[in-house]
Design a protein around this ligand. Sequence first.
Ligand code: ZN
Length: 351
Amino acid sequence: MDQKELQFLKEITDLQGTSGNEDVVRTYLKEKYVDVADTIETDGMGSLMATLGNQGPRIMAVGHMDEVGFMVRAITDDGYIKFSRCGYFFVSGVLSQHFTILTDTGEVDALCALGPGMFTDKYPEMDQLVMDVGCTSKDEVKALGIQIGDFIVPKANFQQLGKDKKYLVNKAWDNRIGCAVSYRIMEELKQIEHPNIFIGGGTTQEEVGTRGAKTLGYLANADIGFSIDVGIADDMHGQAKEGIALGKGPELCVMDSHTISNRKLLKFAVQVAEECKIPYQVSIMKHGGTDASEFQHVRSGMPVLLVNVPSRYAHTPTSMIHYDDYVNTIRLMVELIRRLDEDKVKEIRNF
Ligand code: ZN
């Protein structure tokens, strides 16, 4: 494993960026893109677009910058914090976890706890949970700088598991891994000839309803679009019930709740993966959607393909991906994009 690559992955997942609060992620990415991109722009929703090249069809492959988190909704008289979801957080992953509250004056550590009088074996509802910041009154909480509307993010804890340390654990793989892949594609394409304009970057507010994708999709005005996100591996407890497993390659997703990938683009991706001997998995996501749901019908429509890096435990404070899947997603995307010339794009866009 490349240590520089691991450091990049740690840095990008450590960043605190819930939906609507992607500033630090955008700043981090902008600084990286300065070295490789020809142009860098943002739209009115804060989504980031970087381009490379100035001729040929426009090919976009981006991830979303935001991660699931919470927002301070109320402070109780006895010094607890009630919160609302910013994106879909599974309640089963939240209790007793460590969080950070981002205030105007700095960060405050918090522990997710049961509400008063709730000490029980029964799993609580989200609304029964509170954040405990070690205070006994509303005034004490306010003195820490905490206000209604402050964002709450899970604590980062990057780890490498397994005998070869390739199982990577942290918060926010969903979807900093997509942002990382998008950036790395551009780095790779910068070294080689490619017959198109590549558009990388990241969208905002995906986890609350693919909002930043709507505006970035319009701004990008691409001919072909890929959304790079995490997929759901079902190999937990050692059994891949339906075949999607960590370490077996990127997922080419045929369909999710909001998008059906373009069939010609999907077949082309399979053909390129076979030709280049890059492992891949064909999947269908039963629940949820990604930015592709917006890209597909922006302007007069865009053929899209969902490319997912398999993950376990998404939408909890700690998820897991496999290093090889990250590397193979970049490899496959670069091979695909370098083959998307004017003729191929015409063929895919011809209905
Ligand atoms: Zn996602």
